[in-house]
Ligand binder design. Sequence first.
Ligand code: ATP
Ligand code: PRP
Ligand code: NIO
Length: 466
Amino acid sequence: MLNISASYTDLYQLTMAQVYFKAKPKSTAVFDYYFRNNPFQGGFTIFAGLENILDILENLRFTDADIEYLKTHDFENDFLEYLRDFRFRGSIFSVSEGDIVFPNRPILQVAGSIIEVQIVETVLLNILNFQTLIATKANRIRRSAGDKILLDMGLRRAHATGGYFASRAAAIGGFDSTSNVKSAKDFNIPSSGTMAHSFIQSYEDELKAFQDFALFRPNNCVLLVDTFSTLKSGIPNAITVAKEMESRGERLFGVRLDSGDLAYLSKKTRKMLDDNNLDYVKIVASNQLDEYVIKSLNEQNAPIDVYGVGTNLVTGKPDAALDGVYKLSEYNGNPRIKLSENFIKVSLPCKKQVYRMIDQNGMFYGADAICLASEENITQMFHPFDSNKSLDLQVFKQEALLEEVMVKGKRTKAKRTVSEIAEYAKMRLSLLPDEYKRFQNPHFYKIGLSASLKAKRDELINQHKF
Ligand SMILES: Nc1ncnc2c1ncn2[C@@H]1O[C@H](COP(=O)(O)OP(=O)(O)OP(=O)(O)O)[C@@H](O)[C@H]1O
Ligand SMILES: O=P(O)(O)OC[C@H]1O[C@H](OP(=O)(O)OP(=O)(O)O)[C@H](O)[C@@H]1O
Ligand SMILES: O=C(O)c1cccnc1
């Protein structure tokens, strides 16, 4: 994992923490993590990053160098000594990583000493917002690509170290492999790679470049065919090399197209390969791909077997960020609220649970009910702000989404691998009806409050009215 110490936070967390330390060191708090809008104007979001956050929180420390640095920021000595021994000892309830989530309902709830839960806000938002964005983007690309192989090649275009977590999130969203060696190693993701134009340019002629590559690196050999002319030079040379490999008892894995009209070129390439009895040679395509280009290429029946996607995947284009927030819902056991002129931004008080409604076919019905943590079997949910709207929940099976994953700073469940999380995401997505999955105007997934939670919230709104 990347080395993240407790100074991976915003300064204001520490300035607030010093005041808590001096004025009310024994106080406790509960914070909710949620986001406000599905990214990419989609109908759902895939939650990712939880396992990394649990790893980070279990090991979070201020290093001696962190403390030395903070000495230059007017912090008091006794507070700095407290930070020297800082540990995260809080508890976390969370949705399972890989589950399908929706806006404006708690995904994760952090409880503990107010100093500790405040300091970890930044790293938690940083990791969860980014991976959730990228897993959701990756899944859009997966849904466009159908059963074609998807290779993440984005590290070089990612926002610095973001590429490390982007490759992990891409695998959760449905990518098959990554070019990113460190992520592949750390997260046990299959890795793969082809060759760069520079390799071919370093030779006097393309054929010799292909021949050397096939000779010294024959396994999963993919030749990049567009350096000079795809159809007049790259493919004929690749066919020559494929035949030479056959004579050695080897097989060329594929050719990669990286420019031009990918539908036209892949059709011509397929025909040239097949005419030479090379139907096993795969066609890889890359060049600024995203879910829309891939959908279009599939609609044009482009015979592409593998799509390599970089920039648009790892930067979460065009959204760039998920708007996830971390809001205080309880202080010293008392409910807290944040008001806003914008109704949707009014926060929800108290420790909560979220129930997902399951229909008689075992599919998601399209509604999550938020209630107090102590409630079970919610009979009715109410629209958060339109008192005329409610939904009878008695006909549904109800599934509790928030489960305990950390107590006193220690995990309470076994770690899950990236491939387990990816499988889980796929399974959960299969339970979501198609109308929430379409790219244009997806159906709106309902959110509702239990009567008790709504009453608590309304009581607090009235208390704080001016
Ligand atoms: N048949 C196709 N249908 C839809 N989109 C395509 C098709 N072929 C290529 N594209 C996409 O169109 C865009 C083409 O961009 P651009 O013109 O910069 O590529 P190019 O012709 O390869 O140029 P360069 O040689 O500079 O890389 C890319 O995003 C590519 O993935
Ligand atoms: O287009 P993206 O989706 O971001 O995919 C990654 C791109 O990165 C590489 O190009 P680059 O020019 O960096 O290297 P190269 O010289 O190997 O082509 C690769 O050839 C792809 O075109
Ligand atoms: O393996 C490749 O082809 C690759 C990897 C990273 C970026 N572009 C291409």
